[in-house]
Design a protein around this ligand. Structure first.
Ligand SMILES: [Zn+2]
Length: 233
């Protein structure tokens, strides 16, 4: 983080499933959004407070319990519901994901700010661009964090991992959509775009689109047919 940058950005490992949570915001405005507040919501909000940053909402990548809270494998994971007791800010959800997020979190849809792909949220000199990247779930979204004159940062949820991609054999998954999201949407981002995944499934915790284009097999398949064979679909 260089001194001239307005970007406030923290990558925080949480929970028992190698999740990575992000604080994204503006240093000049002292405001930030939390990407996927789950597992240790208080610690996330406390971290922002310790940095003298106010949390002004949540960005949801997708509806799975390890990202928004809920019960899974006999575990109760803390998430959006608890987040709402700590922060009044809106919860930004892709419109195709709103039903799923509501069902898993128990929060009524009326509490959500529903988005389409391409929507932006501005915080000071920082723009968060919401990219609709279906495949892992129907309303999965990635967040492109932009600041003038600097490479953008992609918070890629469970769509793009470093060296792999999200599962497409789950209810609501669609391998063809995943192919399009990876090779149509994310592969077209500039090579210098930094990549920050939703899970630490790799040695490194960050990469670039250029590096992933060279090393990630899921970004290197020649066509949809090969991709589907590769995914065992
Ligand atoms: Zn997931």
């Amino acid at each position: 983080m260089d001194n001239d940058s307005d970007l406030y950005f923290r990558q925080i490992p949480v929970g028992e499933m190698a999740n990575l949570v992000y604080l994204v915001g503006s240093r000049s405005e002292r405001k930030a959004l939390v990407v996927d507040p789950a597992w240790s919501v208080d610690a996330l909000v406390d971290q922002a407070e310790a940095d003298d940053i106010e949390i002004v909402g949540a960005l949801v990548t997708h509806y799975h319990q390890d990202h928004i809270g809920g019960s899974i494998f006999g575990m109760e994971i803390e998430g959006l519901e608890h987040f709402m007791t700590r922060s009044p800010g809106p919860i930004h959800v892709q419109k195709l994901e709103a039903d799923g997020v509501s069902k898993v979190s128990g929060i009524p849809k009326s509490e959500f700010q529903e988005h389409s792909g391409g929507d932006t949220i501005e915080l000071g000199g920082i723009t968060v661009r919401l990219l609709h990247t279906p495949g892992h779930t129907p309303g999965s979204q990635c967040f492109l964090v932009e600041e003038a004159g600097r490479p953008a940062q992609l918070v890629s949820g469970d769509t793009l991992f470093l060296g792999s991609c999200g599962r497409v054999d789950l209810p609501g998954s669609n391998p063809e959509h995943m192919y399009e999201s990876l090779n149509g949407t994310l592969r077209k981002l500039p090579d210098e775009t930094l990549v920050f995944p939703g899970h630490l499934y790799s040695e490194e915790a960050q990469s670039t689109i250029g590096e992933q284009k060279e090393t990630n097999p899921f970004l290197r398949v020649a066509n949809l047919e090969t991709f589907l064979q590769f995914m065992g679909a």
